[in-house]
Design a protein around this ligand. Structure first.
Ligand SMILES: [Zn+2]
Length: 180
């Protein structure tokens, strides 16, 4: 494994917290690319078979959420759309699109960091992951793993975005005043 800090080295490498740390690395990558910072990994046994991070702006694709990209990569890695025996880790509660896709791919478990009470589809707003029937698959859901860290990164992203907008407004006003 590359770039592990001593703190991570003391982790149990098969624990939910360890894999959530890996998902958080994806979220930080998204943050650096000025994308909403959400990251995901998919494991089978103790092995990470796929990673994804939100790339909606980069790919100009509204469906390029971390989970969607990770699901695609996992299907490719396994050569199958059935993700039997897999666990998906994602830093933020999945949205309805991703939760729908997760149910279709049928991983055993979904572990997420922070909840999304407004639009989450794993119990925050609605619950698509534990709705079989009528849906044809139920995932075992674990909530709140490194929840505060996962929330902090999203909140600081939006705080920065608001600051940036404010600055831009001020700059525009100064420009206008110069012209006048
Ligand atoms: Zn989503």
């Amino acid at each position: 494994m590359d770039g592990l800090t001593t703190e991570e080295e003391s982790f149990d490498f098969s624990s939910d917290a360890f894999f959530m740390q890996q998902a958080l690395r994806g979220a930080r990558k998204a943050y650096a690319a000025m994308e909403v910072p959400v990251g995901a990994v998919i494991t089978r046994g103790d092995e990470i078979i796929a990673r994804g991070w939100n790339q909606v702006e980069l790919l100009k694709d509204a469906t390029a959420h971390a989970e969607m990209l990770a699901l695609g990569a996992a299907q490719e890695a396994l050569g199958d759309w059935r993700l039997d025996g897999c666990t998906l880790y994602v830093t933020k509660e999945p949205c309805p699109m991703c939760a729908g896709a997760i149910v279709h791919c049928r991983p055993d478990r979904v572990v997420f960091g922070c909840s999304d009470p407004k639009a989450g589809a794993a119990g925050g707003w609605i619950n698509l992951l534990e709705s079989a029937p009528p849906l044809n698959h139920t995932c075992q859901v674990t909530r709140g793993v490194l929840g505060q860290e996962c929330l902090d990164i999203v909140q600081s992203f939006f705080r920065e975005a608001r600051e940036r907008k404010k600055q831009e407004k001020i700059m525009r006003r100064l420009e206008d005043e110069k012209k006048a």
